[in-house]
Design a protein around this ligand. Structure first.
Ligand code: ZN
Length: 621
């Protein structure tokens, strides 16, 4: 994926430097002769006072003067990434950096910040060819996209920890981890350097950024899946059945690997953080970090949810890390990297998380159909699905998906949820178009073989569409024009009919009134948290933040729904609210309940061909 770009880069560097040497070598200083050893970068990472939440980084640049043009320019610029791949938000990691210094031959060099994430180090002619940079990073946010250290353990998101020089991004880099004195373990997918404790190597800065590091006294267990060794680093006190867990990881991983049919990793590392509540994950080239509740293994439902997360992040090792849109690597670490295709890279992975669990036998066909129905219900019930397309949602991830506000449900649709439904529809379109000969798996296999392995690059939007139509053996105009690129309603039944199913709204029509304001209740006060576009609350003018005092003169606490309960659609109620300290009485006309509840049902007369395609779709033998 990155190899081709790296080669091109080196070519550019050399065509620049070779003439420079041949013309100017007679006036070069001794330490800048063309025969100089190749440049190297080593990061020494330590955490002598973990309880203070600080990591200390020493970045050693050796033989750097030529590659960085240090003497010619009189300075070098060292940068901190502003975001980390897979999490599409500018996070400004430089805000946690303190105490930046640079020395050469033990003597300090002047440095100043010239932008939010760039330090310019003055490198006068007397500068040694070697340079040492030191800084500290405050790390007190334990998520999969930030760094953290405390008295119990350390976790490094490399984009938030390691600085780089533009000209040194494509050379091998080393990381020496010096764990806190009582810590014995390091988990990372970086390659260990033989014979050197906790010393690792990355072929380039991209790989370093893509290899998080867990440091502490975590327990590790291992298993083999698809002939690839896997290790799981378990942080946090938690009860689990290791034998069962290892066996189920293996089942999930092997089912995921059958999609592409080739496992590109030499080894794979799971880093799992067990936290009080919540969860999530971030994918990397040869590893992933999962965050899950300490109750993840306590009930079957939680456990299934955890395996879904495993399937999602693991499948990313193909989809997005190797099968990728052109914008997603090599990365610009200093700005947003825009793509219309997160609906495929993220939403397609959300589709596969359940499809993999169905394939591995964790979901029954009925459970899987229920999940599809719920996914469709969720997007159709969100007013924003009639405003924003999946392609627009992908493009605006940086400012919308990752920065939601109280109006987001009215104006946006998640590329995860819409993309997951689109994955289902594309899979069905390919199955139907090829009479069951091919599925979405074949499209993913084609993209992997053609763009990752052969062309070693990402694909453009149009190349993806061409590939999809080629695999489906027919035009997918409706899928792309309506499904991907518009916010128009999708005619779902044209996709489900070939497998003998139809989508039915089972919500049922009632004349009950619908307000359209969701409230949170605290200390007996009901405050509006969101207002649904098109509802009575919306057109009547109830605002987010209004405290609802009464409805038709009856005091409201946590019983708003009960008070509205008996009213009919079309009725007007008087809502008294406290808005910023002033009381307002607002007439609101209730509407019909617009919320749908979709379910997939068999068509009345299913033909053998439909049944065969259904079985093929759901892996029924
Ligand atoms: Zn994902």
């Amino acid at each position: 994926m990155k190899k081709n770009a790296r080669l091109l880069y080196l070519l550019t560097v050399w065509t620049f430097f070779i003439p420079f040497f041949s013309i100017a070598s007679s006036r070069l200083a001794d330490d800048e002769t063309p025969a100089a050893a190749s440049p190297s970068v080593t990061y020494v990472l330590s955490m002598p006072e973990p309880q203070t939440h600080y990591f200390e980084v020493e970045m050693q640049l050796k033989n750097m003067a030529t590659a960085t043009n240090a003497k010619k320019n009189g300075y070098i610029d060292i940068k901190m990434p502003v975001w980390t791949p897979g999490s599409y938000l500018i996070r400004e990691y430089a805000r946690n950096v303190q105490g930046f210094t640079a020395t050469t031959g033990g003597k300090p060099l002047k440095s100043e910040k010239i932008s939010k994430n760039t330090w310019r180090i003055t490198t006068p002619a007397s500068t040694d060819d070697n340079l040492t940079i030191r800084y500290r990073v405050y790390a007190n946010e334990l998520t999969v996209r930030t760094s953290f250290v405390d008295a119990d353990h350390g976790y490094v998101t490399p984009a938030s920890m390691f600085m780089y020089h533009d000209a040194l991004r494509n050379i091998p880099l080393r990381v020496v981890v010096q764990p806190y004195k009582t810590w014995k373990n390091v988990a990372t997918a970086l390659e260990p350097v033989a014979g050197q404790t906790f010393t690792y190597e990355a072929t380039d800065f991209d790989l370093l950024v893509d290899s998080p590091i867990e440091i502490g006294n975590h327990h590790t267990f291992t298993f083999t899946a698809s002939n690839v060794p896997h290790s799981v680093a378990m942080f946090g006190e938690v009860d689990y059945d290791e034998k069962r867990l290892a066996a189920d990881y293996k089942r999930v991983c092997e089912a995921a690997a059958t999609v592409i049919g080739e496992h590109p990793c030499k080894h794979y590392t799971f880093i799992v953080h067990h936290i009080p509540s919540g969860g999530g994950g971030l994918e990397h080239l040869n590893s992933t970090t999962l965050e899950t509740s300490r109750n993840a293994y306590a009930t079957e439902a939680n456990y299934k949810g955890f395996l879904t997360l495993v399937a999602h992040e693991y499948f990313h090792l193909w989809n997005v890390k190797r099968i990728r849109p052109v914008a997603l690597g090599p990365f610009n670490y200093e700005a947003e990297n825009y793509t219309h295709m997160l609906w495929l890279s993220e939403g397609g992975t959300s589709f596969y998380e359940d499809y993999i669990l169905r394939r591995a036998g964790f979901h029954t066909p009925e459970t899987y159909l229920n999940i599809v129905g719920i996914d469709i219900t969720n997007i159709e019930n969100q007013p924003g699905s009639r405003v924003q397309s999946a392609a627009e949602s992908s493009w605006d991830a940086w400012i919308k998906e990752y920065r939601p506000n109280e109006n987001s449900a009215n104006t946006t649709i998640s590329y995860y949820s819409k993309g997951s439904v689109l994955g289902t529809l594309l899979n069905l379109a390919i199955l139907a178009g090829s009479n069951g000969e091919r599925s979405l798996d074949d499209l993913m296999r084609f993209l992997y073989a053609e763009y990752y392995k052969k062309q070693k690059r990402g694909f453009a939007d149009e190349e993806f569409r061409q590939a999809a139509e080629q695999i489906a053996g027919r035009s997918l105009d409706d899928f792309f024009t309506i499904g991907v690129n518009s916010a128009e309603p999708i005619n779902y039944n044209t996709y489900f009919e070939p497998v003998g199913l139809r989508l039915v709204n089972v919500a049922g029509k009632t004349q009950d009134g619908f307000l359209g304001a969701a409230t949170t209740v605290s200390n007996g006060k009901a405050t509006i948290a969101s207002v649904r576009r098109g509802s009575g609350a919306y057109t009547g003018g109830l605002n987010v933040g209004d405290e609802i005092i009464s409805v038709d003169s009856v005091r409201v606490g946590d019983d708003l729904l009960r008070l509205i309960g008996g009213r009919r659609a079309g009725e007007t109620i008087k809502v008294l609210v406290n808005r910023g300290g002033f009381l307002r009485e607002i007439p609101v006309t209730l509407t019909q309940n617009p919320l749908a509840s979709y379910r997939l049902e068999p068509l009345p007369n299913v033909s053998p061909a439909q049944k065969a395609l259904y079985n093929k779709w759901l892996f029924i033998k």
